[in-house]
Ligand binder design. Structure first.
Ligand SMILES: NC(=O)C1=CN([C@@H]2O[C@H](COP(=O)(O)OP(=O)(O)OC[C@H]3O[C@@H](n4cnc5c(N)ncnc54)[C@H](O)[C@@H]3O)[C@@H](O)[C@H]2O)C=CC1
Ligand SMILES: CC(C)CC(=O)C(=O)O
Ligand SMILES: [Mg+2]
Length: 363
């Protein structure tokens, strides 16, 4: 089967982890006789440098004409002093909006082999299997007005947190759907004790819940949720929450697995191409050193195979290969303090390829 994939490497470690992804996709293509065609586009800082625009029209066209989009990461110190509207991150936000990617799935999967990599105790992380369903095209990252006013000590900065009932409904419904598929429970996270938008959010959750009488659900305030994720993450199954809370809680949750370099994501729309990216950023502190962990991106590829192409067998084989590599003790620098055991991005990717090849031989 032929599939066209838009590849947006972006900035920092983005190109390094995207190279790992295309190498692995090619291997899977060979194994399962699929043709993956890669079409490259610029997004973020690199696009600013080339065109002055973090989301060039051409990139958007490439994405809209593809079956799926793979993104590395955007941003970095070089562009940090640009005005908000011209920053690399604005390119990513614009892409999410343009593609209607309202539902961001961030699964938190524990690998037994990584128990020692997590700063949390083994008994806390054992059995954790949760997914954060994050609203991705509304809330504080998009609300208007967003501006600076006045001067000197009177200067003001304004961001706006706005959600419509419709926006809340569709993401909450996604949360319930996932809870249903997983046979699990739903925790809706908000700040309803303070924020008007969260009070509307809560109302909508209670209404949508009536459509899912078999799903047990609860509300939790976000400050408590941040604490509970560390105290007892096993209590969560599906967490549904607004844009910024989901952004912050998912970075926190990544440490249950051992590293920010482990967590993948899928961003889905009603009907167009999905976007698949690691949850981490461009990691300027390690960019160019060839030591980034590629596994978050490779797991994002597994999510692409599942959600964009319905290639569940291929996705399962890739996820199993990642597990095998970790079971065999292979680690990038973020996963171990043992410097002698550290693999580069390319070495880790090659280990995954070898594990895939072994599976092909044994099947
Ligand atoms: N989706 C995206 O493109 C995102 C972009 N960013 C941007 O990335 C830039 C850097 O942001 P930070 O706050 O430093 O967050 P970051 O996620 O880039 O890095 C945080 C820490 O995690 C480490 N890390 C991240 N990914 C890793 C990997 N794959 N392997 C090993 N270590 C890894 C980094 O080295 C760093 O110490 C900023 O410009 C930010 O706006 C941040 C988050 C998401
Ligand atoms: C616009 C992005 C930089 C926001 C973010 O951190 C994320 O989506 O994980
Ligand atoms: Mg983030």
């Amino acid at each position: 089967m032929k599939k066209r994939i838009a590849i947006l490497p972006g900035d920092g470690i983005g190109p390094e982890v995207c190279e790992a992804a295309t190498t692995v996709l090619n291997e899977i293509g060979t194994m399962f006789q699929h043709q993956f065609e890669f079409v490259y586009g610029d997004l973020g800082g690199i696009a600013i440098d080339k065109t002055g625009n973090p989301l060039p029209k051409e990139t958007l066209t490439i994405c809209k004409n593809s079956d799926a989009v793979l993104l590395g990461a955007v941003g970095g110190p070089k562009w940090d002093t640009l005005p908000g509207e011209q920053r690399p991150e604005k390119g990513l936000l614009g892409l999410r909006k343009e593609l209607g990617l309202f539902a961001n799935l961030r699964p938190v999967t524990i690998y037994d082999a990584l128990a020692d990599s997590s700063p949390l105790k083994d008994e806390v992380i054992q059995g954790v299997d949760l997914v954060i369903v994050r609203e991705l095209t509304g809330g504080l990252y998009f609300g208007e007005p967003r501006e600076r006013r006045g001067e000197g000590k009177e200067e003001l900065a304004v961001d706006t947190l706005v959600y419509s009932r419709k926006e809340i409904e569709r993401i909450v419904r996604k949360g319930f759907e996932f809870a249903e598929i997983r046979g699990g429970t739903l925790t809706s996270v908000d700040k309803a004790n303070v924020l008007e938008s969260s009070r509307l959010w809560r109302e909508v959750v209670d209404e949508v819940a009536k459509e899912y009488p078999n799903i047990s659900y609860s509300h939790m305030l976000v400050d408590n949720a941040a604490m509970q994720l560390v105290r007892n993450p096993r209590q969560f199954d599906v967490i549904v929450t607004e844009n910024m809370f989901g952004d912050i809680l998912s970075d926190e949750a990544s440490m249950i697995t051992g590293s920010l370099g482990m967590l993948p994501s899928a961003s889905l729309s009603e009907d167009g191409p999905g976007l698949f990216e690691p949850i981490h950023g461009s990691a300027p502190d390690i960019a160019g050193k060839g030591i980034a962990n590629p596994l978050a991106t490779l797991s994002s590829v597994a999510m692409m195979l599942t959600y964009a192409f319905s290639m569940t067998e291929e996705a399962d084989v890739l996820s199993a290969a990642i597990n095998d590599v970790l079971e065999a003790g292979h680690r990038t620098a973020d996963l171990t303090s043992d410097e002698r055991a550290v693999l580069s991005t390319t070495e880790m990717t090659n280990q995954v390829i070898q594990a895939l090849t072994k599976k092909a031989v044994n099947s």
